[in-house]
Design a protein around this ligand. Structure first.
Ligand code: FAD
Length: 385
């Protein structure tokens, strides 16, 4: 059955609790109120203003509560519904989660930034990637050197969501450059810290604040460190462990919306004296998309369910969900464009907007290839030989 928000939630009903259903209704009500009349702004400057506005609105509505509670399934529910309505709002939720979760993982919240992020009073960012260090995180060259009761940061970050608009940044830097991933530490840096600079926007094809950062002798107190010295990579990976299933959920939301648009169009549009939906070749596209979406949602909610019921790590499950759901969503959105025909490539049509928005999900928080390395590497390691 196709519901208003996309596919019926029945496939994942066994993985969520009554509280998640109640929360989902609240997120839907927020979206109907906030997004029914319009769409995400096109220009980068407008998207930045809107993203900041959404942080406050979503915080006031209590939508960030699952982040504080470490409720991964709640975060899935939020991202699936938000992405259906507004990929920009989905990105806003994602970044509040990414910037607040390291403090939860580390068990301390220097400056109270994570608490403020969850309340919607501060916008966060997560700065790991550099021009020379993408998938290969350990090759980062940003350094943090201890000086008395402070650390001094030097270096640069690239492709950072919310760069230039965030109030605080969770920054990864090498404290022991020769120790690889064990030499990386994690710091909370306020956006107005001396020596910290927004180095410019990187404009994406879909609305999403993105940019570069520079650190020139940027000083933070030693208590700004999250976790132990050298434990930053572990904190970062534990954060991604929890949040990769939420990327999958965002992908499911976009895919559900695209499928819904395709079904509606196929039911109304007539060619050769019949509706498009009466042609079996069109039905095949819809069937493939519905099946892939259901499979993606099952992998996604199952991974989060494992985490919420106490699994210490869900690295492989999260990697499977992220890789499968984001790749499937790309195919589902592409099929929707095909069913829409020429209308599907008009820049203001929802499926064209989804076509541009969904692409980045296969790349950020670890590319599909990196997810496959995690899954395949685990299989080989555990082969018993
Ligand atoms: C919209 C968007 C938002 C982002 N937001 C953030 C953010 O907020 N914070 C942050 O820190 N980063 C962010 N990123 C950066 C993102 O995490 C990186 O782009 C990603 O990790 C890939 O790094 P890269 O772009 O340098 O690609 P590369 O690592 O150079 O990879 C290029 C290609 O090579 C493949 N590849 C690399 N290594 C291997 C290998 N060993 N085997 C097989 N294939 C391989 C990759 O899969 C990919 O297809 C964002 C990126 C995007 C697009």
């Amino acid at each position: 059955m196709i519901s208003r928000e996309g596919l019926s939630l029945d496939p994942v009903a066994a993985f969520i609790e009554p509280g998640h259903r109640e929360y989902r209704e609240r997120v839907r009500a927020f979206c109907r109120e906030e997004f029914a009349g319009g769409r995400d702004p096109d220009g980068d400057a407008q998207a930045r203003v809107r993203a900041r506005e959404l942080v406050g609105l979503m915080g006031s509505a209590g939508l960030f509560a699952p982040i504080a509670g470490g409720d991964v399934r709640g975060c899935l529910v939020a991202r699936e519904v938000l992405a259906w309505w507004s990929p920009l709002a989905d990105a806003v939720f994602a970044l509040q989660a990414l910037s607040a979760t390291p403090a939860l993982v580390a068990g301390r919240d220097p400056g109270g930034w994570a608490a403020r992020a969850v309340a919607g009073d501060a916008m966060g960012a997560f700065a790991m990637t550099e021009r020379g260090a993408g998938s290969d995180v350990a090759s980062m060259t940003t350094r943090a050197v201890r000086d008395g009761d402070e650390y001094v940061l030097d270096g640069a970050k690239s492709l950072i969501s919310n760069a230039g608009v965030a109030d605080f940044y969770v920054v990864f830097a090498a404290t022991d450059p020769d120790a690889g991933t064990r030499g990386i530490s994690c710091f909370v840096v306020p956006g107005d810290a001396d020596g910290f600079e927004f180095a410019g926007a990187q404009v994406m094809s879909a609305p999403h604040p993105l940019g570069e950062l520079r650190f020139n002798g940027c000083r933070v107190g030693a208590d700004a460190m999250l976790g132990d010295e050298g434990g930053g990579f572990r904190t970062g990976m534990a954060t991604l462990d929890r949040l990769r299933p939420t990327v999958a959920a965002g992908a499911c939301g976009m895919a559900g919306r695209a499928l819904r648009e395709a079904v509606l169009h196929a039911s109304e549009r007539e060619q050769f004296g019949r509706t498009l939906g009466s042609f079996q070749l069109v039905q095949e596209k819809l069937a493939e998309s519905a099946t892939e979406l259901t499979a993606a949602r099952l992998l996604t909610y199952r991974a989060a369910w494992e985490k919420d019921r106490g699994a210490p790590r869900i690295t492989v499950e999260a990697a499977m969900a992220k890789a499968f759901a984001t790749e499937a969503a790309q195919r589902i959105v592409d099929r929707a464009v095909q069913v829409l025909g020429g209308r599907g490539v008009l820049a203001d049509h929802p499926v064209d907007r989804l076509y541009r928005a969904v692409r980045a999900l296969r790349i950020y928080e670890g590319t599909t290839e990196i997810q496959h390395l995690i899954i395949g590497g685990g299989l080989v390691r555990d082969s018993g030989r």
